[in-house]
Design a protein around this ligand. Structure first.
Ligand code: ZN
Length: 319
């Protein structure tokens, strides 16, 4: 347990990754209210919207207005998602987005072809164009996101060797184009990961790249996300994505309504109970989870928002 971090950095992804699959449109003002409440609760990195095709994702059609409307809090990074050059151009043009230079790969050939009509090789071949676009705007590219890094509904478990090979290939392309890979974000897109597998993969990445910052994007599709996060923390992982209330179902699960993103307040609860700081006020965050539930109009999968925090019991306890 000696590698447990003293601080865990959480990127709150509820307003984007969480809301995007919600069928009922959440009004722009309500999205902004939720984002501001998240910042007030202590979230320091918030994925607040996206710049993607509004016909494909109508819920995110108001990305420009959301970013322009946020009362910005100092020290908070407001992130966005884009999937093509035009989206990145829009995010930069918006002027209120904290654009981070990030490249994305998918570890499953079948999944990436189905999703983007491109192969893994095509995606790698396109990276220099992405890097050029970022650099033309003065943005350093240091992060690689790897989707389906643990398993895929079409290809099964993803071998660790494949993940390492893809990271190495992306790192090489980045180096050839004047960038240094510093952070790898491993996403359990379809909810395949389990704790020992997380330890194996994180351990393998860490052995090969001891200086690499490892981040996890965990889904709770099969109830493993918190256990997976703790397993990673035991190896020193201190960067996670999560979603308030567990917003965001899993579109790749067999069941409609299956859990997607791990809930931020559940993750924060685990951290605090282990003595790990997050900078987040758990009770305030639970209030945001309840607000989010009201906005989407259905129950969210988060546990702590239902069971309640331990704050008042601890205050009442003799020591
Ligand atoms: Zn997700």
């Amino acid at each position: 347990m000696s590698d447990l971090p003293s601080f865990v950095h959480i990127q709150e992804v509820g307003p984007r990754d969480g809301l995007q699959i919600e069928p009922k449109f959440v009004e722009t003002a309500d999205k902004i209210r939720m984002i501001e409440a998240l910042a007030d609760a202590g979230c320091r990195e918030i994925e607040a919207g996206s710049f993607v095709n509004p016909r494909a994702v109508p819920q995110m059609a108001d990305g420009d207005a959301v970013f322009a409307g946020i009362r910005r809090r100092e020290g908070v990074a407001y992130r966005a998602l884009w999937l093509n050059a035009k989206g990145l151009e829009r995010a930069i043009a918006n002027g209120h987005v904290d654009v981070n230079g990030k490249l994305t790969l998918t570890a499953s050939e079948t999944f990436v072809r189905r999703n983007t009509n491109r192969s893994i090789d095509d995606t790698l071949a396109q990276m220099p164009e992405w890097i050029a676009q970022y650099r033309a705007n003065g943005i350093a590219v240091r992060t690689l996101g790897l989707m389906a890094a643990f398993g895929c509904n079409f290809e099964g478990y993803i071998p660790e060797a494949k993940v390492l090979d893809l990271i190495a290939r992306a790192e090489e392309v980045m180096a050839e184009n004047g960038c240094t890979l510093k952070t790898v974000s491993l996403a359990d897109t379809m909810g395949w990961a389990s704790p020992l597998q997380v330890k194996r993969l994180v351990g393998a990445v860490r052995d090969r790249w001891p200086e690499m910052r490892i981040k996890l994007h965990l889904h709770d599709t099969r109830g493993q996300a918190i256990a997976n996060a703790v397993a990673a923390m035991e190896l020193g992982v201190a960067y996670f994505d999560s979603s308030v209330g567990g917003l965001g179902g899993c579109p790749f699960a067999g069941h409609k309504g299956a859990a997607g993103n791990v809930s931020t307040e559940d993750l924060v609860f685990s951290c605090h109970e282990m003595g790990i700081d997050t900078g987040i006020d758990l009770d305030a965050l639970v209030e945001v989870a309840r607000m989010a539930e009201g906005l989407v109009g259905h129950e969210l999968p988060g546990k702590v928002m239902k069971g309640g925090t331990l704050t008042r019991y601890k205050q009442a306890a003799p020591h």
